[in-house]
Design a protein around this ligand. Structure first.
Ligand SMILES: Nc1ncnc2c1ncn2[C@@H]1O[C@H](COP(=O)(O)OP(=O)(O)OP(=O)(O)O)[C@@H](O)[C@H]1O
Ligand SMILES: [Mg+2]
Length: 495
């Protein structure tokens, strides 16, 4: 008998059949991947197991007990723990308090024990985070590790992870995998949602494919391969992922002259129009911090920023966007989008100066603009009036990209652009970047995805501990060279 069985689950939202009679069974002690395109229904499926939403039809059976209307409390009582796609920590509490939340029913919390529990769990990960740190002070990769530790602290029988590695870099993915193997050996059933094929083949025993809310197949990992899976997910053949590039670049558009701030040492670099520059580094190297300094989210301590040869100072990302520098941020929930506002509104927010005559917004033009980007980026939604908060994770990311493009930025800083984006749409994002570069836009791409870094960059800059430690031309860049620079093993001459 399977440990967890879903049978005939259906869930309909206005205009969308998110789940369509899905039946899957899961065993104790297996790592079971759920894959599918953005909007395929993965997160919805997970939420029904967690009791966060109730399916219109169907049942969830856990260890022999069937539930038609599971609640979060009931689900947790069955030993289900979920690490959601979007963070769920309390930013104003400490790491220890977050990890131990819900563990004890004592009225007076035992802070000393909490700190010890947290320290032990984090040590198992090999992560060096003080239990006393407030969660809001941690970078997102470390927040994610805390989130995972918090779930493991409850010794769950079913552990569900929705894209757990999105904010992690290679080293942290390794420690996560070690934890998963340990947890699996204890007989826990692990459900693993990811868009990263290499991870799925590395850690999962079986794979379930969803497409448009329907169950397509459940396969043993050893009996399938990447291409077969992608074909099942996308419903068509996908060819080469990385676009051909002409490689020609124009004049220098953006120049940093010893720009220092936000924890980084003075950094000098220049970007030409039409160039895609990859920015590599380990978590904590200062990549996001640099992007934030460039676009004025954080004021620089010293140094000069030049756009088209003229010195500029931005007081906010909005300032920068109007001047022509757009940021597609890493954490869309916090910085990228207004979740309560419609898609159309979010896409056009930075483009209003092109859409406004006197004080009136040209609504038909606004709609056309939004439609154009919906089509170009394949944003999956029944209507552009839909709140962004109701879109699937990957589709929210596409809205953020659309917004920056619509503002006609000439320099775009992409911070982890394909995080949470499915394989099919990933190719679209790459093609789009190549197109933008061909139109003369300069692109700075921060990415922890090695394949993407090597596949897309004309030039790779590597940061280590807030210092620019190396520059690699496309032809000389290899995974080994990037990693050795990123880990501070070798210092190349910085350009
Ligand atoms: N609260 C909601 N209101 C309206 N539509 C919703 C809501 N939640 C989900 N949907 C829709 O249901 C479909 C499935 O969404 P779901 O979040 O399960 O996708 P997903 O497979 O997790 O995608 P991703 O890889 O992008 O995270 C999508 O079309 C989504 O827009
Ligand atoms: Mg999802």
């Amino acid at each position: 008998m399977p440990f967890l069985a879903l049978s005939g689950l259906s869930k309909t939202y206005p205009g969308v059949r998110a789940l369509d009679e899905v039946s899957i069974s899961f065993e104790a002690g297996e790592v079971h991947a759920i894959v599918g395109e953005n909007g395929a229904g993965k997160s919805t499926l997970i939420k029904t197991i967690a009791g966060a939403i109730v399916a219109d039809e169907g049942t969830v059976t856990i260890a022999g007990r069937s539930f038609a209307d599971l609640t979060p409390a009931l689900s947790r009582a069955q030993g289900v723990e979920v690490i959601y796609q979007e963070f769920n920590l309390v930013p104003t509490l400490s790491v220890a308090e977050n990890i131990c939340m819900g563990l004890s029913t004592n009225f007076f919390p035992d802070f000393k024990r909490m700190r010890e529990t947290a320290r032990d769990l984090l040590a198992e990960f090999g992560v060096d985070i003080s239990p006393n740190t407030l969660v809001r002070e941690l970078p997102s990769a470390q927040q994610q590790l805390v989130e995972i530790a918090k779930a493991l602290a409850k010794s769950p029988r079913i552990l569900i992870m929705d894209e757990p590695t999105a904010p992690l870099s290679l080293a942290e993915v390794d420690s996560l995998f070690a934890m998963i193997r340990k947890t699996k050996a204890r007989g826990t059933c692990i459900i693993y949602v990811s868009h990263r094929m290499d991870e799925i083949f590395a850690i999962c025993d079986r794979i379930t494919v969803l497409r448009d809310g329907r169950h397509v197949a459940t396969l043993a990992t050893g009996e399938t391969d990447r291409d077969t899976l992608i074909r099942m997910m996308v419903g068509r053949e996908l060819t080469r992922t990385y676009p051909e590039r002409s490689g020609s670049s124009g004049d220098v558009v953006l120049e940093l002259d010893a720009l220092e701030g936000n924890g980084n040492a003075p950094i000098s670099l220049s970007m030409r129009s039409g160039e895609i520059v990859g920015l590599a580094g380990l978590v904590g190297a200062g990549r996001t911090e640099l992007a934030k300094t460039i676009c004025g989210a954080v004021a620089a301590d010293s140094g000069v920023l030049r756009l088209d040869g003229k010195e500029v100072v931005f007081r906010s990302p909005r300032d920068a966007l109007v001047a022509g520098i757009g940021l597609v941020p890493e954490n869309r929930k916090e910085e990228g989008t207004f979740l309560e506002k419609p898609i159309r509104w979010n896409i056009s927010i930075g483009a209003l100066r092109f859409l406004t005559r006197w004080t009136t917004i040209n609504r038909p033009a606004e709609r056309k603009l939004a439609e154009a980007y919906r089509d170009r980026l394949k944003i999956k939604t029944p209507s552009l009036g839909q709140k962004v908060g109701n879109l699937s994770g990957g589709n929210q990311q596409k809205v953020v990209i659309a917004k920056t493009l619509a503002a006609r930025a000439r320099v775009i800083l992409f911070d982890e652009p394909t995080r949470g984006i499915d394989v099919g749409a990933r190719a679209e994002v790459y093609a789009l970047m190549a197109e933008l570069a061909a139109e003369g836009i300069a692109i700075l791409m921060i990415t922890s995805d090695m394949e993407e870094l090597l596949g897309m960059s004309d030039r790779i800059l590597v940061l280590h501990n807030g210092h620019l430690v190396g520059t690699l031309a496309r032809a000389e860049a290899t995974q080994e060279r990037v990693l050795s620079l990123a880990s501070g093993l070798k210092e190349d001459k910085a350009a």
